[in-house]
Design a binder for this molecule. Sequence first.
Ligand code: SF4
Length: 509
Amino acid sequence: MAVSLDIAALRARQAAPAIDVAATQGDGLGCHAGKVAMIAAAEASGMSETLAQLREDYPQGPHDQPQSMCPAFGSLRVGLRMRRTSTILSGSACCVYGLTFTSHFYGARRSVGYVPFNSETLVTGKLFEDIREAVHATAKPEDYDAVVVINLCVPTASGVPLRLLPKEIDGVRVIGIDVPGFGVPTHAEAKDVLAGAMLKFARAEVEQGPVQAPKGGRSERPTVALLGEMFPADPMVIGGLLAPLGLAAGPVVPTREWRELYGALDSAAVAAIHPFYTASIREFEAAGRPIVGSAPVGVEGTEAWLERIGAACNVPTATIDAAKAGILAGIRGALSASPIQGRITLSGYEGSELLVARLLIESGAEVPYVGTACPRTPWSDADREWLEARGTEVRFRASLEDDLYAFHHFRPDLAIGTTPVVQKAKEAATPALYFTNLISARPLMGAAGAGSLATVINAALRNRPRFDAMRDFFEGVGTGYAAGVWQDVPQKKLSPKAEGPKKPIGEMA
Ligand code: SF4
């Protein structure tokens, strides 16, 4: 049988820096190895530049460990949502199991590619060869526009060099990204890792020559690209708000199709609806596009946003004023028709927490605390300043402990938060709503947002008597160690730690 020598593969292998053997020993590195060990391994494997960029894009502290799902889920979700895009994971089987489970739980309806490894393939560099082979086997132009490969913690810590993959195979783009849990603090920011990498690739293509036009042709009006995942109706509502300015809503980034990336880069301005897309913003700025923070939420939020968008797109002041006069009256009416009364604490990890808090306050609610797992950026300043001026404590990179402390301290009528916050609130007979599923999956913008948010919040606030009745009914039944069904009176068992060190066997009675 003839054996052909794959010169490109050989060169890539020779050029690849040595894999960090130490990183693969023991039971391998994972969440349990500790952040310090993982970072040290990655630095030793030639990943210093990647880690430095992640540190710059996603600054850490005071809270810097993921307290939610594996961050790589954000990148995986963005890849899986894009048409004609294949997403391949490179990581430990347990991580891949969790990530694929979660993606299908959220209705991915797409296969997730996986290149497995063991200590030997990792140490010898065979894993990189396997990834390269998988990419070649997948990159069929009749099926895909792009193949995305995501390095999880162990391959990143071991320096598996995705940058050495071919950039293109038969016209199919190949995008390799490192998304380690020890470098990307939240899954929200991991969405930006892939969106930014794709924008960078698309920008290079635009610089090289003509690219595909948008599906329905170029908009006659200048467009505003929208940054951040949002409720599907929101881009349409934003389009309606932009029309009186002579503008149109451009693509939403992360996009659902490769050619939309060109359309986004071609926009007159970029609305950073979610303010933490740092890598994407870097690409837009390199393309010369002005960035506008905040979003059209409530009356004051919409007014300020229309002014800033208008200024960024050189819309005459008289046109902006006329647009505001027509739009703001409708939002004012929607807000006064659906008032919210009560004290609400709010926390989440989606990146839209500050916008929701603004809308709640404009609806009449008292919001003493907003926590977000995302970092502070220049594009969240407008919302932060507005909230702080109204007495709201805004906590970036908030930890679960911060959120729970706020809940106990402010004793709200309603807690909006992550699953553990909601659980604590309900235990305390306080109505609570899960931010991700119940709040961020609703329209927020314009008049539609005002009415929609009030409906769900007011329904939850009205539930208080039911919580009181449940608490009264269950009062006195066991909690904590005494929860459950028992034949005997449950006894509290001390943990081995609390019992102190065990006696040596020779001393036992
Ligand atoms: S890839 Fe995700 S699940 Fe796996 S070790 Fe890293 S953070 Fe943990």
